[in-house]
Design a protein around this ligand. Structure first.
Ligand code: MN
Length: 284
């Protein structure tokens, strides 16, 4: 099942070229204090039967504004160096390594966190926030956590996944810590929708790619990840309790390159779909 958010916080299930609006099947009444994470996410797992109800409002996919499929992730976790060829390109390029960092392994460099306020979806626009500095695209498989997970072993880790989506981990290159360089407004993109885990039997065998203005820049397969999805969940949950709606961006393959205002980015991942994004003029 493909689940989306659209037209200002409506929740939809994709049905071919249409969206069935299932918002009214969800309990949207907030109860303070809200639990950690995105409190609608646990309800999405039970949408299957209700989503199929054809009496609900239906919209053409081409006529809605898609938003990030997760509204309020408690954490957006990033894996900085999870593809061998990306580590090699980062070590070879002073604009990426700043002449100060020699990248080795994920368990030596650890994870980073991106601000929730950086998150946008397909109908929005990426705005570079740092004038005259190199800002790169990074296409990544994103894992959406479905239930709380603390110190989970890799053998049971996939049971905690609600689904997968496409992520862009937009990054300005520079000396600052990753949490600063990757957390500006619009620097996290998720979309076009969330695909539930039952439709992705092996998340570690998905082609992924990204093009800029029609030219392919990144092209790889998630089997090239150094920490696969289960091991990333094991590793992340050994430090952080994962809550429903938390997102793990699983790292980018080689081919990162600068983006500029006016660029059109197309990211694709097997079994998930295609995410198109526009880069807007730099904000003053
Ligand atoms: Mn990244």
């Amino acid at each position: 099942m493909k689940i989306c958010r659209f037209n200002t916080d409506r929740v939809g299930v994709i049905d071919g070229e249409s969206i069935i609006d299932v918002t009214d099947a969800l309990d949207m009444s907030p109860k303070w204090p809200l639990p950690h994470g995105d409190w609608i996410v646990p309800q999405l797992a039970s949408l299957t039967e209700r989503g199929a109800d054809s009496s609900r409002p239906k919209y053409l996919l081409s006529e809605v504004r898609l938003e990030s499929p997760v509204a309020n992730p408690g954490k957006i976790i990033g894996a900085p160096i999870n593809y061998k060829a990306h580590i090699e390109e980062a070590n070879a390029d002073r604009e990426i390594n700043q002449g100060k960092t020699h990248y080795t392994s994920l368990d030596e460099f650890g994870l980073f966190l991106k601000a929730g306020s950086s998150l946008i979806g397909p109908s929005q626009t990426i705005y570079p926030r740092f004038r005259d500095r190199r800002t790169d695209h990074e296409v990544e498989l994103a894992v959406v956590v479905g239930k709380s997970a603390n110190r989970i072993s890799r053998h049971e880790a996939l049971q905690y996944v609600l689904g997968y989506t496409i992520a862009l981990d937009v990054t300005v290159r520079g000396k600052e810590f990753p949490s600063f360089r990757k957390s500006a407004d619009t620097y996290s993109v998720l979309g076009p929708w969330l695909v539930t885990a039952d439709e992705v039997p092996d998340p570690n065998a998905l082609d992924l790619s990204l093009s800029v203005n029609g030219q392919t820049k990144q092209k790889s397969n998630t089997r090239m990840m150094i920490f696969d999805v289960a091991r990333l969940i094991e590793y992340a949950s050994s430090f952080y309790t994962l809550h429903p709606g938390d997102v793990i961006m699983t790292g980018t393959p080689e081919g990162v390159s600068p983006i500029s205002p006016g660029d059109r980015l197309v990211a694709e991942i097997d079994r998930i779909g295609r995410l198109e994004m526009r880069v807007g003029e730099t904000l003053d």
